[in-house]
Design a protein around this ligand. Structure first.
Ligand code: HEC
Ligand code: HEC
Length: 368
């Protein structure tokens, strides 16, 4: 908020300096089509900001749309309900929100998640925040988008453990869902389908973006949005080579890379049995390759790595320097990079916890 006020103040002072609106360039438009800042702001675009803008993009203020799936208010309402409904799990105890808590940075702060019958899964739960900006979903990219991804956890035996067919049967046994589905997917004779469940959840998830991090405000032209320590960290993040992999809107999420380019991170952080992207492509070059994770909101989502074995961000940064870049970062460098990563925490999405259709005598009973 503070920065928005500052931006407003800057615009006002520029307008008064130029006398009248006529000669003043309209913010946002130029003959070449490029974005134009007013003069005061443009003067503040130094080399660091230029380099940053070449590598990263701010999170847009409005959520992305899912291709071919209009985000109607009704679909969004349904998707929100499904995301929070634990009765999509066999035990009726686990919802998407159990492992991707909105209040915990879209993750669960567990090394690996606790699922059905207290079973531990094999990997750390990534954040759902800004997942729509990732090129693919899961650590190994085995789901191409949010729609495909949403089909996974409900039937995964160590996550929600619903037997095939149970989800539709279960939703149909909660009578109040009928009308909600009918409104979300108008004109369909039998709208309670697994595909529609996945569509509604994907539409909801696409709204879980976190704009307005200090770094976004900086990228938009406010040179004061980062403090000197954070700027020094940004400089290192670019110069040391972190941004060759962690870049774009999500400061990650755009490519695959081996975990251990220069040296092995060891069996605790990279157990040999989890072969990463190799399991999807069977290409030897992809052994131990993972989707480069987003570093958006990274200060909120400890523990780190696909194994969730590193609890402090400083430690994770040190590992990255060593195994991806072959460099021993000094404690000072690590502190600066951590300060920069702290500037990637944006606005938490505002989600109203929905009232869910009540269970009735017809409702399928929880399974153990
Ligand atoms: C028991 C915990 C658990 C539950 C319940 C769960 N997830 Fe996940 N989720 C995970 C884990 C663990 C991963 C990573 C798995 C992997 O990469 O192999 C994951 C990955 C994801 C991703 C990919 C994010 C990325 O950046 O790759 C999305 C999106 C997601 N889950 C959404 C959901 C939705 C929607 C639901 C409910 C239908 C759900 N999850 C239920 C634990 C869970
Ligand atoms: C060659 C590509 C590459 C480079 C360079 C790189 N990273 Fe990474 N980074 C990855 C991959 C891949 C992972 C996921 C590793 C895993 O858990 O399997 C990752 C994970 C991380 C994580 C943990 C994210 C999470 O959600 O658990 C942090 C933090 C991180 N990197 C920061 C950095 C920093 C800081 C630098 C520079 C010092 C850097 N990275 C350089 C590819 C890279």
């Amino acid at each position: 908020m503070r920065h928005l006020f500052m931006l407003g103040a800057a615009l006002v002072s520029v307008a008064s300096l130029t006398g009248c609106g006529k000669q003043a360039p309209k913010p946002g438009a130029s003959p070449s089509g490029a974005t134009v800042e007013e003069p005061a702001m443009r003067a503040a675009v130094d080399k660091l900001m230029e380099d940053a803008r070449a590598a990263f993009k701010p999170i847009p203020l409005a959520p992305p749309t899912i291709e071919g799936e209009e985000a109607t208010r009704e679909k969004l309402a349904l998707g929100t309900m499904l995301y929070f409904d634990p009765r999509l799990s066999a035990s009726h105890a686990i919802s998407c929100a159990s492992c991707h808590a909105i209040g915990l940075g879209g993750a669960d702060n567990e090394p690996t998640s606790i699922g059905h019958r207290w079973q531990r899964g094999g990997r750390n739960a990534p954040t759902v925040f800004n997942a729509a900006y990732n090129m693919a979903q899961f650590w190994d990219g085995r789901a191409k988008d949010l729609f495909e991804q949403a089909g996974g956890p409900m039937v995964n035996p160590v996550e929600m453990a619903s037997p095939q067919g149970h989800i539709v049967e279960q939703l149909k046994s909660l009578p109040a869902y009928n009308a909600v589905f009918a409104k979300a997917f108008p004109g369909q004779s039998d709208p309670i389908t697994l595909a529609n469940v996945q569509k509604a959840i994907a539409v909801f998830e696409a709204t879980l973006i976190t704009p307005n991090a200090p770094f976004d405000i900086y990228l938009r032209g406010d040179n004061e949005a980062l403090n000197p320590q954070q700027k020094a960290g940004l400089r290192l993040f670019i110069d040391k080579g972190c941004s060759t992999c962690h870049n774009g809107v999500n400061v990650g999420g755009g490519m695959y890379a081996k975990f251990g380019v220069v040296s092995s991170p060891g069996d605790t952080l990279r157990p040999p049995a989890d072969v990463g992207r190799f399991a999807v492509t069977k290409d030897e070059a992809d052994r131990y390759a993972y989707k480069v994770p987003t570093l958006r909101n990274i200060a909120l989502t400890a523990p780190y790595f696909h194994t969730g074995q590193v609890w402090d961000l400083d430690g994770a940064i040190a590992v990255m320097g060593k195994v991806q870049l072959g460099t021993d970062l000094t404690p000072d460098e690590i502190a600066r990079i951590a300060a920069f990563l702290g500037a990637l925490t944006g606005d938490t999405p505002r989600v109203t916890i929905p009232a869910l259709p009540p269970s009735t005598a017809k409702t399928t009973r929880p399974q153990r």
